[in-house]
Ligand binder design. Structure first.
Ligand code: UD1
Length: 372
């Protein structure tokens, strides 16, 4: 059935793909997006002509007042997304991510509306270190690696009881949260604010904990975005991808198309209402592998530059246990890492990329957020 759906951040990377899918399903889609200049050089040419756009900022105090009238579904994706940048732009991140969510919720509380579903984009970053197992002590949730360990360039995680090297395992939603960046705190806040308000007012709400999302339309101009996009713009500009630590750290890279599928399922089905659910692939890929696969696909003679330096707040490993999403939403990732990277490169080859990495790197360095 046709629904009226509001997508905040609907001109962005994930949002624009979701808007396309919702329009294709016949829904009426409204978008709020501020076309953040750090992400968009200009109005993107991929915007769906059948959606309705308001180019406004979720920080505008009155933005949502009266705007939710006959909206049935709200998907709240608008957010600032740079982990490193959040560590020195605290006000900007808290205002946009926590403040923007608060304004949306305030409007849901104060104004008459017919919203029957709220989705909010949460993030794996709220877990901090992923889940691990120790051969002697079984499952452990280790603390963040400390400065002395990192100064020795000992990048792995160790059992807090016996010091043995730990092996990463898939991270379930039950792992205690361990926020370790301003960005992560804002994502945890967004998730909890939405779930608490949703429960209190009977608005079925789902927090989707996205793992490392990649795919076409991820800004190649934004040096604060995810690693696959950063590496790609380096390679396109004839520069080697810069790999922090030793490159063995890993993440769960999930295609934007699978992420969109998870949103559609959470809109349609009620199984995950009032819950937080992981959205990843269940598979870990090392950062060095990402660099090498991209270099190969670009047929580049360059080699990754392995820095043996540490970016403040980074975790060693985190990949998703997706059994809850499978069970509650019948979610099943459909795009393999290889196919997803090929699609990414096909798109990247046709897209211009400004390499702002050096500037971002210098900024981290100056602020003492790169160690070693
Ligand atoms: C990323 C996103 C975060 C999102 C989360 C879950 C960014 C900046 N972070 O966090 O918004 O919530 O996924 O989807 O988009 N690395 C390099 N070289 C680089 C850049 C990164 O080696 O040039 C390494 C990092 O040190 C880290 C790994 O790559 O070990 C992943 O980094 P990043 O892409 O920033 O992702 P997360 O921090 O996992």
């Amino acid at each position: 059935m046709t629904k009226r759906i509001l997508v905040t951040g609907g001109a962005g990377f994930i949002g624009s793909h979701l808007v396309d899918a919702l329009v294709a399903q016949g829904h009426r889609v409204d978008v709020i997006d501020n076309l953040e200049p750090q992400v968009h050089k200009a109005k993107p040419d991929y915007l769906n002509a059948k959606a309705h756009y308001a180019f406004q900022d979720v920080r505008d105090p009155d933005l949502f007042d009266g705007a939710l009238g006959d909206v049935e579904v709200v998907v709240h994706l608008a957010a600032m997304v740079g982990v490193g940048q959040s560590m020195y732009q605290v006000t900007r991140y808290v205002d946009a991510n926590v403040g923007g969510t608060a304004r949306l919720l305030q409007a849901l509380v104060e104004w008459k509306h017919g919203v029957k579903k709220l989705l909010v984009a949460s993030s794996m970053s709220i877990y901090g270190e992923g889940a691990y197992t120790c051969p002697t002590h079984g499952p452990v949730a280790p603390p963040l690696r400390d400065a002395a360990q990192l100064a020795r360039k000992d990048w792995g995680t160790h059992c807090p009881d016996c010091g043995t090297s730990l092996a990463p395992v898939a991270t379930p939603e039950t792992k205690p949260l361990q926020t370790n960046s301003v960005y992560a705190v804002t994502k945890r806040d967004q998730e909890e604010l939405c779930l608490i308000t949703g429960r209190a007012y009977g608005i079925p709400t789902v927090a989707l904990r996205f793992f490392n999302v990649y795919g076409p339309r991820q800004s190649l101009d934004n040096p604060y975005t995810g690693v696959a996009a950063i590496f790609q713009s380096r390679i396109k500009n004839g520069q080697p991808p810069v790999v922090f630590e030793d490159g063995d750290q890993s993440r769960d890279f999930v295609s934007v198309h699978d992420v969109v599928r998870s949103c559609l399922l959470a809109i349609e089905a009620g199984g995950a209402d009032y819950r937080a659910v992981n959205v990843g692939t269940g598979t870990a890929t090392s950062i060095l592998d990402v660099a090498q696969v991209l270099l190969r696909l670009y047929r580049s003679p360059l080699r990754p530059s392995i820095e043996n330096r540490f970016r403040a707040g980074d975790v060693r490993h985190c990949f998703a246990d997706i059994s809850l999403a499978r069970r509650l939403l019948s979610y099943k990732p459909a795009i393999s890492f290889g196919d997803g990277m090929r699609e990414l490169v096909e798109w990247g080859q046709k897209t211009s990329a400004r390499d702002g990495f050096t500037q971002a790197y210098d900024e981290l360095n100056k602020k003492g957020l790169l160690e070693g």
